[in-house]
Structures are given as structure tokens and as C-alpha cells.
Design a protein around this ligand. Sequence first.
Ligand SMILES: [Zn+2]
Length: 318
Amino acid sequence: MGEGEGVESSNKPDIRLSSPFPWRGETLPPILDSETPEHLKRIRDLGIPYIFDIHTHFFPETIMKLIWRWFDNVNWAIGYRLSEAERVERLHHNGIQRFTTLNYAHKAEMASSLNDWTYANYKNWKGAIPFGTFYPEEGVLTYVKKAVEEYGFLGFKLHCEVSKLNLNSPELTDTFLYLQEKQIPILIHTGTAPLPGEFTGIQFFKPFLETYPKLEVIVAHMGADEISAYASLLDSYPNLALDTTMVFVDFLATGKVLDVDSAIPYLERYQNQIYFGSDFPNIPYNLNHPISRFLDLPISDLAKQKILYRNAENRFFK
Ligand SMILES: [Zn+2]
């Protein structure tokens, strides 16, 4: 897509209508002014005590503001520009009592200090599951070990597009072998949506997984927009999982309408290898939107229970 495409041509006042990422249908979910968590009763009826969100972001404020500015430039309207404490309150308000602390390095010499920052702060966020990050650079194994053994982090996050990170980089071999041995999960944005990068896509991911077949990998956004290619690996790699982040929503950042609809059967079939994720707070709609859309999907109650709660709860607390 071209820069600013669609912006000039739109004469509608709502900034969201001119987003390069289209909406499904005409009705746009309101942002924040009516964030009613009607889903709370529905999850209770399914026997879910609370939602476990595998994909939520926490960054130092200066970096978070730069990220929000980037989203402004693509008309991705984020309503949750609140303090950390208020954002955690929004999570709890929506029944999300456990959530990860994902962040990632945009360049070298940044990951280690992000880990220090997460460690210094995450205990203030009730329900936070501490995740670190790393980058192909000197000393990476040392600070990853520190994050696991000293900080007690329970997972890591990598972003192949933003970090221009090649999963097959030899600089990361020791680190991946270490995390494989320790059975520590890594949540990876490796897909080509919303924007492809130099090292995104199944052609980079597949050789990586073949090299570390027992690594616990959670693919963000179900690998959109190559969902079926990623899902086809789930049978052969039992330690591989996908997260639902931004997939089953009315905002089409992760692929075309048909691609998303054809992904619904994977939720039933691979119900033990899928986690619910929201991408909060960097979402252009209310947090109740992805939850109620997920609850509306034509899949079994058991699959919903596992994806919203049980799989992650078992993964981190059993
Ligand atoms: Zn994310």
C-alpha cells in the first residue's frame, strides 16, 4: 500500500474510515466511550474464571509513545493511551486477570535494558506474566540467561518485522538451544501481516522450526496472512502453538475476509495449541470487541474455554 493511500480520497470525518486497513462491514466499534464488558457473564457460563491474554504489550513510556505515533501515521486509532496503572485496570475490567508483558527491541543494544525495565516494573501490574526479549547481538545468551535464571521470566517475545530479525541468524543459535532445553516459550511475530518485512513469512519460519523442533514457539496472529501454512505445521510440531491476536475481529489488519473465516476450523481442530491474544493496548477498537467476537465463533464451548483460559493457565502454572 502507498503511503497515505485513501486518506485524501476520504471525505468522511471519522479518521478510522481512512485507515489503510479496512473494516469489515459499515459499523465501526466505538472506542472507549462504551466499553461494556458484556462478555463477563458469557465467560462465567462457560466455566472460565478469567481470561488469560497471551499477547499484551508493555513498553517504557517514551518508546510506547513513539509506537503510538507510528500507528497514528497509518490511521490505526488507539483509544487506550492511558497510564500503565489505568491500562492494567482496563484489562481487569474486561475479565483479563492474567496477561503477558510483551515488548521487543527495534535495534541492537536495546533488548537487555528492556528486560531490566520489565523486571523493575512488572510486579506493579497485578496478573502480569513477565516476558523478556532479545536480539541477534553480542552477549545475547548472557542476558537471556539472566532474564530466566535471575529475573524468573516465563517467556520471550520476538518481532521479525519491526526488529528486521532473521530467526535463522547464527548469532541466535545458542540462545534458541538454551530456551529449547529450558522449555521456555517464545512468542514470535513472524507473519507478513499487517506489513511484510525482510525476514517475515513461512519461508523463514519453517527452516527455523526444523532446526529447533522442540522449541516452544507461539506464532502471533496465527501467522497471518499465511494462516494455513502455519497451521499445517501444528500436527508435526506438538510444541508449536498459535495466538488469535487481531485475527477474528472486524478490523482487517491480518488478512482478507475469506482467509480469516477459513481459519475458524483450526480453532476446533487445534484447540490445545491455540491461545487467545488481544494486542492490548495497541488496538483500534475496544478490548471487549475481540473477546465477544471470539465468543461468537461457531466452535465448541470446550475449545473456547481452552483458548481463552485453560491452555495458558496449564502452560504457565502447572
Ligand atoms: Zn503485538
